[in-house]
Design a protein around this ligand. Structure first.
Ligand SMILES: *Cc1c(COP(=O)(O)O)cnc(C)c1O
Length: 361
């Protein structure tokens, strides 16, 4: 017997479209005419070649990735990119970072192993509840790259405009907002994202890199850490995470069928507005982020009373609204409402919050 699905507000690994899971289920034992599961297939087979190339083409279309950029399917998560980016992009040895949360901090501290990191701005003074204003006159003109975390999963902030870094490549961690809104890829030198928030199962990492940034790594880095290894071999230098790539392709197909990124962005804006409008009018619950910087994907909120928060989380779980706890470093609640979270899930959450407020307000 199949158990009923809940509304899963997990920050990651996160909800996937049910249509995608069902399609994968149908194809699990025997993929199309291959007579075997994708999991059992050679990564050098014609069938898998079609899957990986298809996934790449779909991602290129969905994100409108220009010629001159390569798409790489890697492993190691966003966390490995914290090291791989400096290993490949450091030339003179200077890097600029904006510190908007724990992931940005981790990225900066890894980069500092390879050169001199300058913190251009930080929002640590108010627990990362906003995106700091950036003044380009403070940027290092000779930096090897300028790093931002475009959506901050833990604190629920996002950049609504990108810094103008001139000829310095802009690098971003896009793990929790890739494909959720339209980004102009040509503004970036490099984009990286773990798949497990908006794309598919954990184990696949996406890198989108401008070609001129490939092929000049620091000496003595491992072959596997050199972007050129993967670019030259179409992400098939060694065995890639084959099933994850297959799942990503199904998600990309699903997203295209929803009308693509612009359409899902509108859907996401409407979904987030339902929750934010409620928070702005609630007497019990408050959002924790400055309005102009609110994320469309991760919505943190609190009651101000940890006991009431705990009670809320317990009752929500009983209603099939799960994984609403805030990050262990901040407490409170956080609803992650990625692309695959249906509008109905957000309505169910808000309905329950109203009910809880009436009883506890
Ligand atoms: C989840 C997340 C990470 C960590 O990703 P891993 O794939 O676990 O290394 C890094 N950055 C951001 C913005 C995230 O949301």
């Amino acid at each position: 017997m199949q158990q009923e699905r809940v509304y899963n507000f997990s920050p990651g690994p996160a909800v996937l479209p049910v249509e995608v899971l069902e399609k994968a289920q149908k194809q699990l034992v025997a993929y199309e005419t291959a007579g075997m599961s994708v999991m059992e297939m050679s990564h050098r087979s014609a069938a898998f070649e079609e899957i990986i190339m298809g996934a790449q083409d779909l991602l290129r279309q969905l994100m409108n990735i220009p010629q001159g950029y390569q798409i790489l399917f890697l492993q190691g998560g966003a966390s490995m990119q914290f090291s791989m980016v400096p290993m490949n992009l450091v030339r003179g040895g200077k890097m600029d970072f904006v510190i908007t949360g724990q992931w940005a901090k981790k990225a900066a501290s890894e980069a500092a192993r390879y050169g001199q990191v300058t913190t251009i701005a930080s929002s640590a003074d108010r627990t990362f509840a906003y995106i700091p204003d950036l003044d380009p006159s403070t940027f290092s003109p000779d930096a090897d790259y300028f790093h931002i975390t475009v959506n901050n999963t833990i604190y629920g902030t996002r950049y609504t405009s990108l810094p103008d870094t001139g000829s310095v490549p802009l690098v971003t961690d896009m793990s929790s907002s890739i494909l959720s809104e339209a980004y102009d890829v040509s503004r970036f030198g490099l984009i990286y994202a773990g798949a497990q928030k908006n794309i598919g199962p954990a184990g696949l990492t996406i890198v989108i890199i401008r070609e001129d940034l490939i092929g000049n790594p620091l000496p003595h880095i491992p072959t596997m850490f050199d972007y050129k290894t993967h670019a030259d071999n179409k992400s098939l230098y060694n065995t890639p995470p084959t099933f994850g790539i297959y799942m990503a392709k199904l998600v990309f197909e699903w997203l295209a069928a929803q009308g693509g990124v612009k359409a899902i962005q509108k859907y996401n804006e409407d979904k987030a507005a339902v929750l934010y409008d409620f928070l702005d009018n609630s007497k019990l619950f408050q959002g924790t982020v400055d309005k102009r910087d609110r994320s469309l994907m991760n919505v943190p909120f609190v009651t101000g009373n940890p006991d009431v928060d705990a009670q809320f989380l317990k009752e929500a779980k009983r209603k099939g609204l799960v994984n609403l706890g805030g990050h262990r470093s901040v407490g409170g609640m956080r609803a992650s409402i990625y692309n695959a979270m249906p509008r109905e899930g957000v309505h169910a959450l808000v309905d329950f919050m109203k009910e809880f407020e009436a009883q506890n307000g």
